[in-house]
Design a binder for this molecule. Sequence first.
Ligand SMILES: *[C@@H]1O[C@H](CO)[C@@H](O)[C@H](O)[C@H]1NC(C)=O
Ligand SMILES: *[C@@H]1O[C@H](CO)[C@@H](O)[C@H](O)[C@H]1NC(C)=O
Ligand SMILES: *[C@@H]1O[C@H](CO)[C@@H](O)[C@H](O)[C@H]1NC(C)=O
Ligand SMILES: *[C@@H]1O[C@H](CO)[C@@H](O)[C@H](O)[C@H]1NC(C)=O
Length: 204
Amino acid sequence: MPASNTGVPAAATQQQPTRRFSLVRCVATCLLALIVLVGLAVLITWLVINPKKWVYTLENGSVQNFNLTNNHLNATFDFVLRAHNPNRRVSVYYDYIECTVTYEDQTIVFNTIDPFFQPHRNVSRVKSKLVALHSEMSPSTSKDLMIEKTSREIQVDVRFKTRIRLKVGIWKSNHRTLRIVCYSATVQLSRYKHFDKVPCETEL
Ligand SMILES: *[C@@H]1O[C@H](CO)[C@@H](O)[C@H](O)[C@H]1NC(C)=O
Ligand SMILES: *[C@@H]1O[C@H](CO)[C@@H](O)[C@H](O)[C@H]1NC(C)=O
Ligand SMILES: *[C@@H]1O[C@H](CO)[C@@H](O)[C@H](O)[C@H]1NC(C)=O
Ligand SMILES: *[C@@H]1O[C@H](CO)[C@@H](O)[C@H](O)[C@H]1NC(C)=O
């Protein structure tokens, strides 16, 4: 009795390792093949879509009705953002756009812009008008603004916070946040309406 008891498991344990080994090898081979296939599919999709970076430039900017009295600011800003989508297959839904003008990291004014759809290989110009009405400035910011005002030009940062969806063929992505920052835009207070274009940085 004890002999047969130990004999059966002994035979089983002798056979199992080779069977288990071949099973493991098969699963490993299948997994590897699957990974290679998925990798190839991703690579081909990537090559077909060929994503390129969007390019944003602040093309024009001006300020009117500038009045800074007792640390309170009235001013009307106008900006034109040039949005270039160089992609052949990717188009963009801009579902929400918020524009903020800051001076020395202090928000002067913000506003939202109408949503729009940008087709592939397209250049669009996004216009924003921002009206600061009795906007409170810290005393130090106010002082610096006053000093800059005498030179008839002020330097601000213009930020766009957008919620976008991508469209490739009939597929649409989820929402994601795209930030566009245009640093050191110089707007003229004089009648002279010159504006130096500002290349903007993006953060997805
Ligand atoms: C920039 O905007 C100002 C004021 O809106 C306008 O007078 C000027 O012609 C614009 N310049 C360009 C190059 O579009
Ligand atoms: C600026 O606003 C103050 C207060 O509203 C007003 O008294 C002053 O005349 C304004 N200055 C200009 C240049 O419009
Ligand atoms: C800004 O405009 C409002 C409304 O026109 C006015 O009451 C206020 O005094 C102005 N403030 C400045 C600093 O010009
Ligand atoms: C870009 O797309 C907008 C909106 O569809 C269209 O009005 C504009 O003409 C297009 N511009 C170019 C250069 O294709």
